[in-house]
Design a protein around this ligand. Sequence first.
Ligand SMILES: [Fe+2]
Ligand SMILES: [Fe+2]
Length: 241
Amino acid sequence: MSQNPALDRKVVKSVLFDSGERDPRLPFQRQAEWGPPGSPITFLMGDDPRLPTMPARPTLIDFFRLRFSASTVHHLLQSATHALTAGLPEKIVLACLLHDIAVAGFIRGDHGYWGAQLIEPYVDPEVAWAIRYHQALRFFPDAEAGYAYPQTYVGWFGADYKPDAYIEAAYREARAHKWYATARLITIHDIYSQDKEAKVSLDAFVDIIGRNFRQPAEGLGFDASPVAHMWRTMIWPTRFL
Ligand SMILES: [Fe+2]
Ligand SMILES: [Fe+2]
């Protein structure tokens, strides 16, 4: 027995951790993780001792500080600071602050859709909509709005990269939508400099979050909203079930 009872339980990797790392049609033994078949094993079903413990009623700020990856948070803060400095309304600043939270704490692929879903019950519908569609808009330049295809993307995706048909369809849909400008502003303030020296702080956005994000009294993950389970997965990413 160890000093910490949680360490006596087996901590397994989440399914997402392996997704894409192997051909799922092949048999897969988790023996390295679980030990030989039949060995007595008790899985972790509570807090992961390797992670900072979340409060019982976690707020969005708690997720920023204790669960979201620091490098993505830095990107989000740079983006929101850029929007704030430009004098944009709080709604847009919040959209910039939250635009990549799926990448920060949940799932990278289709991050605009996951991010929008995570926050939908708690923000103005325009904010969630803009976050959903920024994913598609960033691939398409809009000279009139002052958005050019980022040079970074040529390196990241290759010069011949062409977005999937569903992304192009989403772009066309967004183009014709009354909230197009809001989603476009996210892409304009999506700062790729990743300037590690940039002086940014979440403190500057606490009041904006307070005024524009309807924090549930029970805590994110415990308010029985349709997305509560997604926040719980971020609290306990390695629970066995
Ligand atoms: Fe993004
Ligand atoms: Fe971004």
